[in-house]
Design a binder for this molecule. Structure first.
Ligand SMILES: CC(C)(COP(=O)(O)OP(=O)(O)OC[C@H]1O[C@@H](n2cnc3c(N)ncnc32)[C@H](O)[C@@H]1OP(=O)(O)O)[C@@H](O)C(=O)NCCC(=O)NCCS
Length: 430
């Protein structure tokens, strides 16, 4: 897997915007604005000639009514050659795994040499939808002639019909929010409040360290945002002064009476974008680039959302490792998307469980035992934030950079997503 005529799929470079808490530094920007910033910065940092780009695949999870194809609007919006074909993907929190894999697959199929992948989301720019009654009435009015006819079509609307409906972080099939689904997982898997809080505290502490010692800054661009155009260069959700005691004081949000999931041990609603430059290995070399690393294998899986919604990484990781012909113990780094501490700990518990392996995966033995010195070493989505479509590429980028810094060979990245979806990717250092 991951090769085309002996050529590997290279991740040549990447960049991301700082991640901003909803309604803060990026509140004036749309996902498209953020995506354009990230892709333009990637091209400027790599000095890639735009004519070399064959394809741009980009993702957005919170839909935009005015921009149905963010990928193409990025091409047009930053004045890239009009001939660059571009399409958008959406796979909830695993969206930029999908955009990266789509470019990788085009390379493996031999149809392109160079592509850009990534994703952006703005939780500050949320589309509000009209109620069904209001939208029916407006469509009716638009088809009717004359002021009286139009008024007639709107007759019968109540004040309630006029209230806009915001999109919910709810599973369509089960009606449960992500947080409620994570509560279910915490309860069924026996993940204690304390374990969740300790994990969240760890995430903030490690992310703060990575910012302090310069490991994070290198791949994060400085943005200048209207109206003041002041530089914004650092994630604004990471708590540099995280203390474990503070987590214990927070009230549960999704099950106020018996729950364990709080604002502290959940990923927050976030704005941000990321982008990766992906190339055929021989093309990268011919253009004089030294890749960050290679995509060795990947897997997408799904579970029944009415069971444990965010467990699919426990299925995707073994599949991606099998496809790479590697074991968990060969991984120098493991990076799990942190939707909730309860979800990470449920998945890592499954990695280490013979029973889960036998009953759910049909395997003799557990995936392996994690060395926590190698897990989410730069923190994760709880501390950094989680602009849904940007997270996968953020994980791939920082993991490859850290893998190189440590002189490691292989890394595993995984993420869970709405719909019971999951992704895993095995990366190989250059
Ligand atoms: C959990 C959630 C509802 C919290 O939203 P919120 O209430 O706006 O969160 P805030 O950041 O305002 O935090 C609430 C409070 O907790 C405090 N807090 C949050 N994290 C903290 C921490 N690590 N340490 C100490 N205090 C913390 C905040 O300071 C704030 O305190 P205040 O009310 O005194 O200002 C929201 O982040 C959410 O919906 N997250 C889930 C997103 C999701 O579904 N992700 C998964 C997708 S796969």
């Amino acid at each position: 897997m991951g090769k085309s005529n002996g050529d590997r799929v290279a991740i040549v470079a990447g960049v991301r915007t700082p991640f901003a808490k909803q309604g803060t530094a990026f509140k004036q920007l749309t996902a498209l604005d953020l995506g354009k910033l990230a892709v333009a910065e990637l091209l400027s940092r790599t000095a890639l000639k735009p004519n070399e780009i064959d394809q741009l695949v980009y993702g957005q999870v919170i839909p935009s009514v005015s921009v149905p194809n963010i990928a193409r609007e990025i091409v047009l919006g930053i004045d890239l050659p009009r001939r660059i074909e571009a399409y958008s993907v959406s796979r909830a929190c695993t969206t930029s795994y999908q955009s990266t894999v789509n470019v990788a697959e085009s390379i493996m199929a031999g149809v392109i040499d160079v592509g850009i992948a990534g994703g952006a989301d703005s939780a500050s720019d949320i589309p509000m939808v009209a109620s069904k009654h209001l939208s029916d009435a407006l469509v009716g009015a638009s088809r009717t002639r004359g002021a009286l006819g139009k008024l007639g079509a709107l007759r019968g609307l109540s004040a309630r019909d006029l209230v806009p409906i915001p999109p919910a972080l709810k599973e369509y099939s089960t009606g449960l929010t992500m947080g409620e689904s994570a509560e279910k997982m915490a309860k069924e898997n026996g993940i204690s409040r304390q374990a969740q809080d300790e994990f969240a505290h760890r995430s903030h502490t490690l992310a703060a360290q990575a910012w302090a010692d310069g490991r994070m800054a290198r791949d994060v661009m400085t943005t200048y945002v209207p109206p003041k155009y002041e530089p914004f260069a650092e994630d604004n959700l990471v708590r540099k002064d995280s203390t474990l005691d503070a987590y214990a004081k927070l009230k549960p949000v999704f099950d106020r009476k018996f729950g364990t999931i709080t604002a502290g041990n959940s990923s927050p609603l976030t704005d941000g974008a990321s982008a990766l430059l992906v190339m055929r290995e021989s093309k990268a070399k011919s253009l004089g680039y030294e890749p960050l690393g290679y995509v060795k294998s990947y897997a997408f899986t799904a579970v029944d959302p009415s069971e444990q919604l965010l467990m699919a990484p426990a299925y995707a990781a073994p599949l991606a490792l099998d496809r790479a012909d590697l074991k968990l113990k060969n991984m120098d780094l493991v990076d799990l998307h942190e939707a909730f501490a309860a979800q990470v700990l449920s998945n890592t518990q499954a990695f280490e469980s013979d029973t889960f392996a036998r009953e759910k995966l049909g395997r003799d033995k557990k995936l392996g035992t994690l060395d926590w010195e190698r897990v989410n070493v730069l923190g994760g989505s709880i501390a950094l934030g989680h602009p849904f479509a940007a997270t996968g590429a953020r994980q791939i980028l920082h993991t490859l950079r850290e893998l190189r810094r440590r002189g490691g060979e292989f890394a595993l990245c995984t993420a869970c997503a709405a719909g019971g979806l999951g992704a895993a990717m095995v990366l190989e250092a250059a």
